[in-house]
Each structure stands twice: as C-alpha cells, then as structure tokens.
Design a protein around this ligand. Structure first.
Ligand SMILES: O=P(O)(O)OC[C@H]1O[C@](O)(CO)[C@@H](O)[C@@H]1O
Length: 247
C-alpha cells in the first residue's frame, strides 16, 4: 500500500482527483467504483470542476457504487442513489445507463446481489475503486467479522455505523438497519484501489490499518492483500501512525 500524506481535506480531494484523471488517460472505457459518505464529496466537487472546465468527459465512463441502504427509494434524500445524483451524476455528462447502484427496494435482496455481481463481471470489473474508511475499519458496508471471501450481499448494520451515519438522518432510529454492499472479495477484484482518509476521527483506524495484522475483525486490513492500493490521507488522519503496534 502506498501512503500519500497531504495537508488537509482539500488537498486530499485535489490529489484524489489528479490520481483519477491520470488513470482515465490510460483507459478507453474507465470503470469507476464509487463510495458515498462525507469523505469523497470533495473529490466529486473536483471532478465536476474539471468537467466544467472541459478537462474531462464522462461519456465513456461506467460506475458501480459500493453500497445502498435497504428500503430507501431513489428519491429519498438519504439514499445513496440520491447522494450520487446530487453530488456527481447530475453535474457531469455521464450516461444514466452506465451508472449502477444496488437497488435496496427490491423484495429479493439475494437476487439483487447476484445480479449486481453479474453486472460488474460483465463490465470487466472495476478499474479504480474509491473507498472511504469506517471508524471500525469497515469498507463499503462490510462490518467487522465479514469474511474476506464475501461477494455482494445484504448486511445488518452495526449500531456504531448507524450512529456514525445518523448525522445525515433526522434521528438514529431513522437510519436503516440493513444495506446491500459489494463484498470484500468483490472490492479486492478492482484493479486499483484509492482509499481516502480524512480527519482525527479516522486516525486510530488508519494507524491500525497500516500497522495491524490482516484480520476479518478489521475489514480494511484485507486491502493489504491487494497489490495496487493508494491511500491519500490528511495530516489529521495521520496523527497516530507509528504510535502503537496493533494486533
Ligand atoms: O466518509 P465517511 O462519511 O466518514 O464514511 C466512511 C465510510 O462509511 C460509509 O459511509 C458507510 O457507512 C462508506 O460509504 C464510507 O466509505
């Protein structure tokens, strides 16, 4: 894993954008894996800016999002469909049929997960997967204990994750209890992975990722098995690096 340490959130977002643009140049039909949450918002702003200035087009880009809540309609402001439309897709020239997110409103979640896997495979797998880091080391919605061999699946969300995400909802009770997420093995099939980490809150998780063992109770540690992971982290997120030895 390569660690690029930057000053702050803004620089992390700019560097993340430069990293993606670099990869875009080498790919004919880039397939991007996308994350939600607070962390990539600045990166999406950067991408929109580059598009508006004419530096980049998304006409040939396809996207696969990591996850979606179960039970939220696309029009629900807390759904990840809504988030992606608002934060990125509505502002760029991407074709809606090239955009993919799991559908959390279907009755047969297992079938939806299998279909999502098939779509990723048919597309030829993700070229660059963007990830954020959960406080408990989750990636996508793969909570601690998720087998590294997991494929796209429906999950029960941890209370700590529901609490962390309650800031987007009216109350913690309103946060869905289930989600669909790409599995850890699905994520590891991406050709390149870009992990963005920002803020003091993430410092312990980042330090554990860098110096701890590869263990299923810390999902992000699976990234150490991948040959092409780049981490861009700001100074606040790096404050605990090297301080402890994590088991
Ligand atoms: O970027 P945030 O909001 O800190 O969230 C970190 C991670 O947690 C999730 O929001 C899931 O809870 C991921 O989508 C995200 O990458």
């Amino acid at each position: 894993m390569d660690l690029i340490k930057v000053k702050d959130y803004q620089t992390m977002s700019e560097k993340g954008c430069a990293y993606l643009l670099n990869h875009f140049q080498t790919l004919k039909n880039p397939i991007l894996g996308l994350a939600t949450g607070s962390t990539p918002e600045g990166l999406y702003k950067q991408l929109i800016e580059k598009y508006k200035k004419g530096f980049i087009s998304f006409r040939d880009v396809s996207t696969f999002n990591l996850d979606e809540y179960v039970g939220l309609e696309e029009k629900d402001p807390n759904s990840y469909h809504y988030y992606m439309n608002e934060k990125l897709f509505n502002h760029i020239d991407i074709s809606k049929e090239n955009v993919h997110l799991p559908n959390g409103t279907v009755t047969n979640l297992q079938q939806e997960c299998r279909d999502y896997e098939r779509l990723i495979e048919q597309a030829g797998y993700v070229d660059v997967q963007i990830l954020g880091l959960g406080l408990n080391g989750h990636i996508g919605f793969n909570e601690p204990g998720t087998p590294f061999s997991s494929r796209t699946h429906a999950v029960e969300l941890n209370e700590s994750t529901r609490e962390a995400n309650a800031r987007f909802f009216d109350s913690k009770e309103a946060v869905p209890r289930q989600a669909i997420t790409m599995g850890i093995e699905t994520i590891l099939e991406s050709k390149e992975i870009l992990l963005l980490v920002s803020g003091k809150k993430k410092a312990v998780a980042l330090a554990r990722l860098l110096s701890g063992d590869i263990r299923e109770d810390f999902p992000a540690s699976a990234l150490k098995k991948h040959p092409h992971v780049t981490i861009i982290a700001d100074e606040d997120a790096c404050v605990h690096i090297g301080e402890h030895v994590y088991q």
